[in-house]
Ligand binder design. Structure first.
Ligand code: FES
Length: 102
């Protein structure tokens, strides 16, 4: 992502808009986390839960990165992706048990 972010007021997402549907996190919550010191993807994730939902940030990654870039002045290319934590999809314990039986 080497794209330059447009920081004009017209390009800003309203604070009430949900940017992470899985965890119902709004743009305003992401901005509040940034004001409290979060300045990268992982710290925003830890403070808001944005990106921790079922889709594992497939739907919200770009927009959260854009907000961080707008608010901190960092280039998108400077932002490291969320740290992934397996399993990336929820599994039923029953499936793991069957796997070990072989
Ligand atoms: S929309 Fe953010 S984790 Fe799914």
């Amino acid at each position: 992502m080497n794209k330059k972010v447009n920081n004009s007021k017209d390009d800003r997402i309203g604070d009430d808009v949900i940017v992470c549907r899985c965890e119902e996190v709004t743009a305003g919550q992401v901005r509040a986390a940034i004001r409290q010191g979060a300045n990268d993807m992982d710290s925003v994730k830890k403070m808001t839960r944005a990106g921790m939902g079922l889709c594992q940030n497939k739907a919200c990654y770009n927009i959260i990165a854009k907000i961080i870039s707008q608010e901190t002045g960092k280039e998108l290319s400077e932002l490291k992706p969320f740290t992934s934590r397996p399993p990336v999809r929820p599994l039923k314990i029953k499936l793991l048990k069957e796997e070990t039986k072989g």
